[in-house]
Ligand binder design. Structure first.
Ligand SMILES: [Zn+2]
Length: 322
């Protein structure tokens, strides 16, 4: 408790209230019900619960839309923080929501709308196929990656960590087709079709008072699309989400989210023209002024050791733009 008090003092110096306030926005993707060596970078329900209790003890957690308004008005509290989730995983509704509710916290969920109701993102297709493969190796020489050992868990993690970056930047249709082809070579078993939310789960988050934001339809790297396709991805997710929720959707998250690499200036313009009032990136840092509401930086709490969770957030407050 003394440590948390000290963190609050340091936090108030780095992130004061009012005109010089800073806004920390955390990113999560999944909250697993138990530790999974193939997703070792994701939080579990236990670690997320502890993170939320520490976050609440040190920071003033606000819904993102409210924080953005207060940033513009110069009325943010000291140590202001927001919680966001990207992609639309089912565990956001089944596992994260009850923990957020227990702590009385609000979060924003950015949904890649095309994967709801049984869809699967390319990374999960590859990961889940390698998980359930009974083969001892996976030959991907046809795509210039050679052959992968699958004889141990570590070898499977290495294979996944090599394959995913090799296909991530392919056009979205090609990327999904290749992921399916790799999966077919790894296993003939059916892969899970319940990783992403259902529409009912999406609505349950919204009805619980959580904010819902757009994250495109099929999670493409926007910089690899022609302008019209990018516009359809951005406008499309907003239109479908608004239809399904019966409510306006005003926040957007760029897929992958690194400026100049995953999205370009024209996409920032399209997001604004599509009626979104603010957008978040994966650029590290915190927001220091209301200058660019369409490219807000965020912070990923990668550290698996809880003792580095708040220190990591405090360090992020000193990193204003990267
Ligand atoms: Zn994403």
């Amino acid at each position: 408790m003394i440590l948390l008090k000290l963190y609050r003092i340091v936090g108030s110096i780095l992130s004061p209230a009012g005109k010089n306030a800073k806004l920390s926005i955390l990113i999560y993707h999944r909250v697993l019900s138990e530790q999974d060596p193939l997703y070792s970078y994701e939080v579990t329900k236990e670690s997320f619960n502890v993170q939320m209790s520490q976050l609440k003890a040190v920071f003033n957690v606000l819904p993102l839309a409210e924080a953005i308004e207060r940033l513009k008005n110069g009325t943010l509290p000291a140590r202001a923080a927001c919680i966001t989730f990207d992609d639309g995983y089912a565990d956001n509704a089944t596992t994260a929501l009850p923990i957020l509710q227990r702590h009385g916290l609000k979060a924003t969920f950015f949904i890649a709308i095309g994967y709801l109701n049984g869809g699967r993102m390319f990374n999960d297709t590859v990961t889940e196929a390698i998980r359930c493969s009974s083969a001892s190796s996976l030959d991907l020489t046809f795509m210039g990656l050679g052959s992968f050992e699958l004889s141990s868990r570590e070898a499977r993690v290495r294979a996944i960590n090599t394959i995913l970056p090799a296909i991530k930047y392919l056009p979205v249709g090609e990327r999904e087709a290749l992921a399916e082809k790799i999966a077919g070579l790894a296993t003939s078993q059916a892969l899970p079709d319940n990783l992403m939310m259902t529409t009912a789960q999406l609505r349950s988050l919204h009805q619980a008072g959580m904010e819902i934001g757009g994250h495109t339809v099929r999670h493409p790297i926007l910089s690899g699309l022609d302008t019209e396709s990018a516009r359809q991805e951005i406008i499309g997710c907003k239109r479908i989400l608004e239809e399904q929720l019966g409510a306006p959707v005003s926040l957007f998250a760029y897929p992958n989210g690194k400026p100049g690499r995953d999205y370009l200036a024209e996409h920032v313009r399209i997001v604004g023209e599509s009626g979104f009032s603010a957008a978040v990136t994966t650029r590290a840092g915190c927001t220091v002024d209301s200058g660019d509401m369409m490219q807000l930086p965020r912070y990923t709490p990668w550290q698996s050791d809880i003792k580095y969770f708040i220190p990591g957030l405090l360090r992020n407050l000193r990193r204003t733009a990267e």
